[in-house]
Design a protein around this ligand. Structure first.
Ligand code: NAD
Ligand code: LMR
Length: 340
């Protein structure tokens, strides 16, 4: 028996050695908005990711300090800070994944759409640079309003002739993170094994958690419970904005969610099979041109946009009522990018 155990542990060690050296390609991740509330903890989490070999931290201010700080952590990723327009090209050069949490956050009483005026221009500028300096990178858009910033990015890339629908993602992982947490609490199941797809978009009623597909299934939840869970997931961002009382919106849970999604993109690029996450992407799942649903990630980004599966009557109703708002946010983004 002891010798059997030894053989097993040697085998495991060999597998680990293989996965940590021979099989793993070099990967560069760039974070744009890296000195912000999301950017800093996201930089920390990506520095801890063993799949990252180079971490590029860009912002209009503050990145030298953040980069110096994060670079002292004894993990393999090589960290460099870049500040201001002049250094954006170098920050992006050779990036495999670009994560964008640049832009202003909400204050109490604001909707995500109220951020459009400022963030639309920021996203347009950054995407113009991406088209020029790393047109093949996977772009993870965090900046709000995601329902409009993703269409803006698509238009910018189309104009530049670099658009690839497989490589543009609106990050909706925080909605999934919240749905999992709230469901586990209500259904009284261990949160670690919980999964809940969240579809639609990333604002208010456009966020549609599919609790009828949650695993493990629970028959302990009433219709009223499911309605309350849906509303809490849709209002999760506002819950944080109000609790922070003028000091911004979710940063730490968002950094976690951004790191989960960034990791999934890197695993997909590296050929790890069966990597599935929800994301707001170009889609034919509904009549809307962009829609969040489960997406299979692969070596070129989106490998498959997965359909919605069976919905409950309540979810079908939610789906129909989100379409108007989501479509107008998408159109607003497209119009801005085409006209500005
Ligand atoms: P923040 O103000 O703390 O940080 C934003 C950072 O962006 C700042 O450091 C700022 O200097 C930088 N920035 C501004 N213009 C820039 C530019 N042109 N290039 C590079 N960097 C630039 O805000 P935050 O709390 O980190 O939130 C950032 C964005 O993320 C907001 O729009 C917020 O609404 C959004 N957000 C999205 C989700 C989501 O689920 N997708 C969750 C939380 C927050
Ligand atoms: C969130 O869902 O936390 C973000 O979109 C930030 C916000 O404004 O709510």
């Amino acid at each position: 028996r002891p010798s059997l155990l030894r053989t097993a542990s040697q085998h495991l060690r060999r597998r680990r050695d293989y996965s940590s050296s021979a099989a793993q390609p070099e990967r560069k991740v760039a974070i744009l908005g890296a000195a912000g509330g999301i950017g800093q903890p996201l930089a920390l989490l990506m520095k801890l990711n063993p799949l990252v070999s180079s971490l590029s931290l860009y912002d209009i201010a503050g990145t030298p300090g953040v980069a110096a700080d994060v670079s002292h952590i004894n993990t393999p990723a090589l960290v460099k800070g870049f500040m201001g327009d002049d250094q954006l090209a170098e920050a992006l050069q050779g990036a495999d994944v670009v994560i964008i949490p640049a832009g202003v956050p909400r204050k109490p009483g604001m909707t995500r759409d109220d951020l459009f005026k400022i963030n639309a221009g920021i996203v347009k500028g950054l995407c113009t640079a991406i088209a020029k300096h790393c047109p093949n990178a996977l772009v993870n858009m965090i900046s709000n309003p995601v329902n409009s910033t993703v269409p803006i990015a698509a238009e910018v890339f189309k104009k530049a002739g670099t658009f690839d629908e497989k490589k543009l993602f609106g990050v909706t992982t925080l909605d999934v993170v919240r749905a999992k947490t709230f469901y586990a609490g209500k259904a009284n199941v261990p949160v670690t094994g919980v999964n809940v797809p969240v579809v639609g978009g990333h604002a208010g009623i456009t966020i549609l958690p599919l609790f009828s597909q949650a695993t493990p299934a629970s028959n302990a939840l009433s219709h009223e419970d499911l309605k309350a869970l849906t509303k809490r997931t849709q209002d999760g961002g506002t819950e944080v904005v109000e609790a922070k009382a003028g000091k911004g919106s979710a940063t730490l849970s968002m950094a976690y969610a951004g790191a989960v999604f960034g990791d999934a993109c890197l695993k997909g690029l590296n050929g790890v099979p069966d990597i599935v996450e929800c994301s707001f992407v170009q889609s034919t799942v509904t009549e809307l041109p962009f829609f969040a649903s489960k997406v299979r990630l692969g070596k070129n980004g989106v490998e498959e946009v997965i359909g919605l599966g069976e919905l409950s009557a309540f979810e079908k109703e939610g789906l129909e009522s989100l379409k108007g708002e989501l479509m107008s946010s998408i159109e607003k983004g497209i119009k801005f990018a085409q006209e500005s």
